[in-house]
Write a protein that binds this ligand. Structure first.
Ligand code: AMP
Length: 186
């Protein structure tokens, strides 16, 4: 992988993009940056951000951009993110993708590559119900899938138009998915 490459992991909730991102981040020694994790930590610690974000996360809604954009900017400017990173769960809508593109222009010579883990809805629902996180109840799962289709699917189109999107079949054994991921990131 060339220095300064940003990998953007897309894919619906339950596509196991977090697990794959974590694995790849270790192998490539670049940070795994998950906005969902950052938000859950802020909620656990009841920081001002956590207090504002909690209701959105519990309902499966997107947390408003103004709460998140500064947070992601700060994170990507940290030292360990200089040689690359894997973003997991960001961008979730087109304005966030546009914000990221502008930020990367400002930051230096980062190239962006988006990867979609493709998994059918019935598999997602089964996986999420087994996972059992607080926002993994049936109503919230349904809402998160709707939000994914409404808000995040256009992000796939955004990167696809720029020829920056690769899609991988995520409905297979994790090792096979990892193998394909590595081939795609090069
Ligand atoms: P995740 O761990 O990526 O499934 O995210 C869990 C929840 O955190 C989502 O359902 C949203 O409520 C919130 N969230 C995570 N990332 C974002 C983002 N980029 N924009 C808005 N909300 C987010």
């Amino acid at each position: 992988m060339s220095v300064g490459k940003g990998l953007i992991f897309l894919g619906p909730p339950g596509s196991r993009k977090g697990t794959q991102a974590q694995k790849l981040s270790k192998e490539l020694t670049i940070p795994h940056i998950s906005t969902g994790e950052m938000l859950r930590e802020a909620i656990r610690n009841q920081t001002p951000l956590g207090q504002k974000a909690q209701a959105y996360v519990d309902l499966g809604e997107l947390v408003p951009d103004e709460l998140l954009l500064g947070l992601i900017e700060e994170r990507l400017k940290q030292d360990d993110a200089k040689n690359g990173w894997i973003l997991d769960g960001f961008p979730r809508n087109v304005p966030q993708a546009e914000f990221l593109a502008k930020l990367l222009q400002k930051l230096a010579t980062f190239s962006q590559q988006a990867i979609n883990l493709d998994v059918p809805d019935d598999v997602i629902i089964k996986r999420l119900l087994l996972r059992g996180r607080k926002d993994d109840n049936e109503d919230t799962i349904r809402r998160r899938l709707e939000v994914y289709r409404e808000k995040t699917q256009p992000v796939l189109d955004y990167y696809s138009r720029q020829e920056k999107l690769s899609s991988i079949n995520g409905d297979r054994q994790p090792e096979e998915v990892t193998k394909d991921l590595k081939a795609v990131v090069g």
